[in-house]
Design a protein around this ligand. Sequence first.
Ligand SMILES: *Cc1c(COP(=O)(O)O)cnc(C)c1O
Length: 460
Amino acid sequence: MPERRRSEAWFERAERVIPGGVNSPVRSFRSVGGHPYFVERGAGAYVWDADGNQLLDFVQSYGASLLGHADPVVVGAVIDAAGRGTTYGAPTGGEVLLAEAICDRVPGCEQVRLVSSGTEATMSAIRVARGATGRSRIVKFAGCYHGHSDGLLAGGGSGVATLGLADSAGVPPGSVADTLVVPYNVVPDLDAEVACVIVEPVAANMGLVPPVDGFLAGLRAACDRAGALLIFDEVITGFRLGPSGGSGWSGVTPDLWCFGKVIGGGLPVGAFGGRREVLGVLAPGGPVYQAGTLSGNPLATVAGLTVLEAVDRTRYDELSDRVGTFARRLAGALNDGFEQSAGGRPQVGGKAVEARVPVVGPLFGVTFVPSGTGPIVDFDGATAAAATGLYARFFWGMLERGIAFAPGPYEIAFPSFAHSEADFDRTIDMARDAAAEMAAASAVPTASTALAADGDGDTR
Ligand SMILES: *Cc1c(COP(=O)(O)O)cnc(C)c1O
């Protein structure tokens, strides 16, 4: 067990002055038990914690870091920009360059407005859709996460799912009264009250759940029939699945896009974009208000632009190929590890468990399901997998071996351009060991104890 004294000391101090000791709930480790490691620095595929432990990092700021940590070119550009001032409250060329870079790469996206987070991007895109259609109702899919604005905090994935909140306290019923939550991968019937449908083109906040054939095209057609706008929340998939993100990957063009994570190069940025005519409803030209003191921040825009310019389709395709091969090997290694243990595969509810590693482009997930389970296509499937409780054991088994995955069964892994084949090889070896240990452990949690531990929000 690596030394963790300094991280523990930081966490104890953090808990006194920061609710739960963290500034975003998933970081608290509640769903895997124990306490978080505190990061002191990162470089490329690695981070070093406060106790000096080196961790191969598959979290990568939940996807904000595409090139890896502290990429020298990005750091140089940020330092250079900081020397000229960090924010002015007047427009800068950097904002135009980032907006052009986004619009150049995403066919159909003619304009973007920059904000400071993914939450702001989705919240504002919804407001634009309502303003443009004059309708109130929005449709979202169970298990998709679109940030933490009131109207979108219904049936969320990611941290909301991990904490077992179907909704959040503090959100008045009126705020979600116009939010319809429907199952992922089923095209809903839309009526003339629907302003928009918001969807993750590849769901990445309930584990990794790809769209089934025809789902996104079906949404496009349903929106067209109903006169509703289709919003792709590409905060994860944008500039990750390729230069044109989920719309390019799927061949389906939405009316509005939401971006975040990658486009800030590790600094706080979001953006929402669409056709010129749709975004024309925004103030100052139109009646839909939206604003931000730090929107288009010069450090964030230069960091994001540097990242977008560092990669091209060939490099994305190479990374996707490498991750595709790695994901298949990882699934093999985990299941081999189970088989190699004297006790055989872990059992849950009398059924042997199998490891799965779904992969789309350079994104992958790690999930454990009872053998014979069909493909996971929606949030019900994702919650059933999480209820095996095995992800927490995988997480700790890997962390103790120097490999950091996200601390929750609904999060996915974000290999960066800095992850080498040697990094992948070591991950495979450690995963085989960790799986053998998982299988050998006598007291595998049952579905019911895992759920109870998840639900009370205080596993320790
Ligand atoms: C992370 C995320 C958001 C929210 O972005 P923040 O920057 O955390 O506010 C929205 N949508 C999706 C799909 C995300 O993964």
